[in-house]
Design a protein around this ligand. Sequence first.
Ligand code: UGA
Length: 437
Amino acid sequence: MRISVIGCGYLGAVHAAAMAKLGHDVVGIDVDERKIAELKAGRAPFFEPGLPELLTEVQKTGRLTFSTEMADAAGAVVHFVCVGTPQRKGENAADLRFVDAAFTSLAEHLKSGDVVVGKSTVPVGTAARLADEVQAIAPEAVLAWNPEFLREGHAVKDTLTPDRFVYGVPSGAKGEAATAAMDKVYATPLAAGTPRLVVDYATAELVKTAANSFLATKISFINAMAEVCEAAGADVTALADAIGMDERIGRKFLNAGVGFGGGCLPKDIRAFMARAGELGADQALTFLREVDAINMRRRARVVELTRELCGGSLIGKRITVLGAAFKPQSDDVRDSPALSVAAQLQLQGATVTVTDPEALANAKQRFPELSYEPDTKTAIARAHALVLLTEWQEYRELDPAAVGNQVDEKNVLDGRNVLDPGAWRQAGWTYKGIGRP
Ligand code: UGA
């Protein structure tokens, strides 16, 4: 099938490459010339494991091209809209200006029978509004909403073999046509048994927001337990292991620590609250305010714990922050808890050096006032305290004895509870975890 993918960020670039891998002829379109130049050259414009290999593989087939011109979408029969929906400045609501711009500019190039598939995370009600717009400009085209559940760091696998497909379609013949088109696009994973659910627009939009809200709630739940564990002298990691063995609860997303960040969970729960307010259902989501508050409190708590670890004052202390990305296997620093803590530590008088295997270039752009050092050993040298905030494998594997010879003072704060407290203490370190005695 001929497919266009509008928006080549973390979602769209992977989607475009994955659709070409599935055998389709794909054009990826983005207004960002730098991004398109990189993709044209077969390079991933951001760090995503497996994406460079996938780009190289599919570009050899000639099935994947990139362009900055929306006119190049003409000719495709399925158009995926994958642009971002960030948080609006100074408000909780989502900023839909990129979605609106993409639809306005795409609409001109639609022809009869085309299927436009929205993948961006949008407030419920957006698809119905956009369907009216598409209808007005291209009456024979049809809109579907097909939310994306990929995780950064696992995006290639999540796109090629997702847990499920959700199709939000209108009722009647148009809905059937959209369903048939998406079934054709996803024929390979569907044949391999990936379930698909066909629902209305509003349900499809809500599935995505509800899923991210549930994940955020799960993380804040365990972080709330961490607060109680700290007060009671209990161990939240053992608690998570034990409750996680109950199949109804499950151990995944129960890792207490500095909390969630990134370009999705924080802004999605806020946009969800804002949208529920508009719909008169704000009471239903007041708990998400608490989920957000627990999450933000973790960052302040990590700063506090670091101060305690440094003997009561941060002034003049050399602190090495291990990790800048919002999570490992990503170079994304949007709303990264690690950087937010690093900036606070520096504001409160510490001399902070941040290190990360992939995210330093992005981190520098966001927080130019912090010092960055790509080499872990150099970053650690002469520190008064290490603060681990993104659990990259290389930080998990640090040898406490060897690292002990490089620092000035053996203080470590494990903001993701991934180090072995016994091993670090045995090597002479003062170890502090989150919600651990
Ligand atoms: C999230 C969802 O997991 C995806 O399903 C969704 O498609 C995506 O948002 C999106 O809306 O596009 P992502 O933001 O890539 O994916 O990252 P997650 O793996 O969900 O992690 C989010 C944050 O939670 C990270 O900062 C991570 O460190 C934190 N986290 C995760 C915890 O603090 N504890 C945990 O136990 C798990």
